[in-house]
Design a protein around this ligand. Structure first.
Ligand code: FAD
Length: 331
């Protein structure tokens, strides 16, 4: 007898471990989502026991803690086999992955192996009145939203955007089951191997976690003005972002790109300088609480979404703004 017939029986979260150990914040967000879908929430993760305990404190009922040398030192092919074995064992109605490089790599391959459907870049996942899994996802460069349904009795795979669900507060008193397992990895099917890990040196707050983001676009005209943006972000305790045009021009690393094909951010304050506000850019920042735009063109699209807009040349506006912020900070 099931206690919650309005939910599917099980939802499985494919967990991710952050580089400094412990679960990635995205895994907590997926657990929060999974709790709204499945009566039982399972998490599968390649990692240490602490990660499993953390998953339980965040709302998992069962954690498949995957280990073994072939897996831990293996690449994505080995991980794929391991996660496939968990899906085959638990038969979830929904499998949730985060929209990360790992999720984008695993999701489609896992769906192909399972012979089931996958929805990419989901901004929401739910159940319809018949209990079928549904999802919404932006299409046509963020200009329209598609609602998709996975159909009855299917295992649906969804790759979910970051920051659309809020990770729950950890409750260390929660209990759950940890199933430690070393799935069999077929070496003939594990052709991609991890040779070495290179950590990108990062300073300051992660773009996705920052409460204040200052982004620059093509209107800046070159890489140098990003120094001013960096100073402003530093004074406001935030991070620097960019439009794709600025990244493509090589003025700043692609890791800083905000948008459809970049990062999704939801800061309290988003300041844009020389960004037109193309739909593909807005797809990554429209969840910002307050957008402040500096742009010389009063008909720029960014002004439609901004709470405060300054029509003017950034070369005049930005130094004055910076000077005022500096002064206020020194008080
Ligand atoms: P522009 O559109 O060229 O805008 C520059 C702005 O600067 C203008 O509005 C101009 O008025 C202003 N300006 C110029 N000089 C000054 C000055 N002196 N002072 C103040 N303002 C000035 N884009 C993203 O950002 N992120 C994505 O993830 C992304 N993904 C994409 C995915 C696809 C499939 C496609 C097709 C496109 C994608 N794009 C993305 C690109 C997007 O369509 C735009 O081309 C891009 O966002 C434009 O960047 P921009 O606003 O910096 O440049």
């Amino acid at each position: 007898e099931r206690g919650r017939p309005d939910l599917i029986e099980r939802a499985l979260v494919i967990g991710d471990v952050a580089s400094d150990s412990g679960l990635d914040s995205g895994t907590g967000e997926l657990i929060a989502l999974a709790r709204t879908l499945g009566e039982t929430v399972d998490v599968a993760v390649i990692g240490e026991r602490e990660s499993a305990a953390q998953a339980i404190s965040l709302g998992a009922d069962r954690v498949y803690l995957l280990g073994g040398e072939a897996l831990v030192n293996g690449g994505s092919d080995a991980a794929l086999q391991a996660f496939e074995s968990v899906v085959n064992e638990t038969r979830p109605g929904a499998v949730l992955l985060a929209k990360t490089d790992a999720g984008a790599d695993l999701g489609p391959r896992l769906a192909a192996r399972l012979g089931t459907a996958l929805a990419q870049d989901c901004t929401s996942v739910g159940l319809d009145s018949d209990g079928n899994l549904t999802a919404t996802r932006p299409v046509y460069g963020g200009n329209a939203v598609a609602r998709v349904s996975f159909g009855t009795g299917q295992t649906g795979l969804a790759i979910v955007r970051g920051k659309v669900y809020e990770a729950p507060e950890a409750d260390p008193s929660r209990t759950g089951e940890i199933i430690e397992t070393s799935p069999e990895i077929d070496p003939a099917r594990a052709r991609v191997r991890s040779i070495r890990k290179v950590e990108q040196a990062a300073t300051g707050i992660r773009l996705e976690d920052a409460a204040v983001v200052v982004s620059g676009g093509r209107g800046l005209g070159g890489p140098e003005p990003f120094e001013q943006l960096t100073e402003l972000a530093g004074l406001l305790g935030g991070a620097v972002g960019a439009s794709r045009a600025a990244c493509d021009a090589g003025w700043i690393d692609h890791a800083s790109q905000v948008g459809l094909t970049g990062k999704t951010i939801t800061p309290e304050l988003y300041i844009t300088v020389g960004i037109s506000g193309a739909s593909q850019h807005m797809a990554g920042c429209s969840g910002s609480k307050n957008i402040v735009a500096i742009n010389s063109d009063d008909s720029a699209n960014i002004f439609k979404d901004s709470r405060y807009g300054v029509v003017g040349d950034w070369k005049a506006v930005l130094p004055a703004f910076l000077a005022t912020v500096r002064e206020l900070r020194n008080d």
